[in-house]
Design a protein around this ligand. Structure first.
Ligand code: XMP
Length: 517
């Protein structure tokens, strides 16, 4: 693999993704990794990410400089560039000049292997206070800016390069080419990591893990559980049973998508649990968001356990007990919970609101090494319907946390209609790629006066909450064109009973969360 060293800023995951977009498998490692640990992983290259600090600051993220003596090709980025400079005998200092945001860089001396053939002047994305003042001996300076004389350097002999800017962000014009040049030209790594190879590898691994045992999987309708289930099915066929709990809080068409389209494209053996009455019964009279979440999570576990017990009994009767449970855990979840390989036990609460803890299953997590965009690519390769693979994130508690106020069947029907209209219009306007997700929220306890036809109305507002985001940790409200908003508003107020107003949420996260509850 290529190791991406994480110095604690938000850029490391993005770098790891960009490396994979270049067709090279990457793994994130903490900056505390030792030279011995690096050697044991036998990486084909190392990328040092940006970080929040100054290399001379007390408490600055440390790095084992002996890693630079292993003969592994390395690329330093921003803080990683400065770490590299200092470790190899260059100097780093604070000139009092900061560069932040779009900056023009000038390529020098032909640009070396990483900038070769690129425009002499290019826009790059900077974010730093300290700067490299002198490149290490034997390194050529490959770029500068008006403020930073040493903005990139490199040594063909040592196969080490660095840039002060952030090639991984889209604002750096030729950033992806810098990464590709480093990976393919400097480190000589071929571009052969792709969805097809991952599928083949995983199928083999799943078969080896499972043997003849039986496996169950909870489908939520979301991308991760859909793809992990399809992958496991591809590997072991009808040894797998998928369970889909319809809690009555789904959006329009979602159950059909799973029961009809998903099953048609995968051939998965599916059991649907019809639990809407139970969920709505327990949600009656409840308005507190946390309480709603707890009830939905608890009832999900109950519903799931019930089928599970039936399946376990059936399997036992046939002499092949169920030993495994599929989980759609993704790489960012693994990294956030401290990384580490091995089989986790079933404590982790997940997507669908927590799974049973007392039944002793081993987990199958075929997406553990993957980012969301890769999961989508694999889903497409497996032939899953685009409506599922391209689906935007949707919370486990479903529409239950998008009705501010008590959740009732009538209110769910209203919200489902409004949500379906908004989704269809955003898709028709070609905005799916620029919107991370767009919660549609019903303010069920708020009423306002309106006029429709000849009469006065006293109805509820619907809130549109379109957001743009990379990872849902932070988000900005999406500037949806006015004419699209107008169409959504017209259609909702004309077609959905009891709704006489549509409002737009123009709050970023922070301070607002993406969901309203
Ligand atoms: P917030 O509202 O915290 O949401 O900004 C961040 C992201 O998480 C989703 N979300 C959930 N997903 N179970 C989930 O699987 C949940 O209980 C849950 N609550 C929020 C939300 O849609 C957004 O993508």
């Amino acid at each position: 693999p290529v190791l991406v060293v994480d110095f604690g800023a938000q850029y490391a995951q993005l770098i790891a993704r960009r490396v994979r977009e270049a067709g090279v498998y990457s793994e994130l490692v903490p900056h505390t990794i030792s030279a011995d640990e690096v050697r044991a992983k036998n990486p084909a290259g190392i990328v040092l990410s940006g970080g929040p600090s100054s290399v001379y600051e007390e408490g600055a993220p440390a790095f084992d400089d002996a890693i630079f003596d292993l003969g592994i090709p390395a690329l330093g980025i921003c803080y990683g560039f400065q770490v590299m400079a200092r470790a190899l005998g260059g100097t780093v200092g604070n000139t009092g000049d900061r560069e932040y945001g779009a900056t023009e860089a000038q390529v020098l001396g032909g640009g070396g292997a990483i900038l070769a053939g690129q425009p002499e002047n290019q826009n790059v994305w900077m974010s730093h206070g300290d700067a490299v003042q002198q490149a290490p001996e034997g390194f050529d300076v490959l770029a500068s800016t008006s403020v930073t004389p040493v903005a990139a350097f490199g040594s063909p002999e040592r196969k080490m390069y660095g840039v002060q800017w952030h090639p991984e962000v889209k604002h750096s014009e030729h950033g992806q080419r810098i990464l590709e040049n480093f990976l393919h030209t400097v480190a000589g790594i071929p571009a052969d990591w792709n969805a097809g190879n991952v599928i083949a590898e995983q199928i083999e691994a799943i078969r080896a893990q499972v043997g003849n045992a039986r496996v169950i999987s909870a489908l939520s309708g979301g991308v991760d559980s859909a793809v992990s289930t399809a992958l496991v099915h591809e590997a072991i066929g009808d040894q797998l049973t998928a369970v889909f709990v319809d809690h009555g809080l789904l959006r329009k068409g979602e159950r059909e998508q799973v029961e009809r389209d998903y099953v048609a494209s995968t051939g998965v053996r599916l059991i649907t649990v019809d639990a809407a009455d139970i969920f709505l019964g327990h949600l009656a009279g409840v308005t507190d968001p946390e309480e709603k979440r707890k009830i939905i999570g608890r009832e999900f576990i109950r519903a799931f356990e019930k089928v599970q017990l039936d399946l376990v009994a059936e399997a036992k009767a046939e002499g092949e007990p169920i030993k495994f449970l599929v989980q759609g855990t993704l790489y960012p979840d693994v990294v956030e919970s401290g990384g580490g390989a091995g089989t986790a036990n079933i404590k982790s609460h997940h997507n669908v609101g927590g799974l049973p803890e007392d039944l002793d299953f081993e987990l199958i997590e075929p997406l553990r090494a993957l980012f969301k965009d890769e999961v989508r690519a694999i889903g497409r390769e497996l032939g899953l319907p685009e409506a599922i693979v391209g689906r935007q994130p949707f919370p486990g508690p479903g529409l239950g946390i998008r009705i501010v106020g008590e959740v009732t069947r009538e209110r769910l029907d209203i919200l489902r209609e409004a949500d379906a209209i908004a989704r269809a219009e955003l898709t028709a306007a070609g905005l799916d790629d620029s919107i991370w997700q767009c919660p549609v929220v019903l303010l069920a306890d708020v009423r306002s006066v309106g006029v429709q036809g000849d009469g006065r109305t006293y109805g509820h507002p619907i809130v549109l909450r379109p957001v743009s985001s990379e990872d849902a940790m932070t988000a900005d409200w999406t500037r949806v064109p006015y004419d699209v908003l107008a169409r959504i508003s017209n259609k909702i107020t004309n077609q959905v009973p009891d709704v006489n107003r549509v409002v737009l949420d123009v709050t970023s996260k922070p301070p607002g969360t993406i969901e309203w509850e």
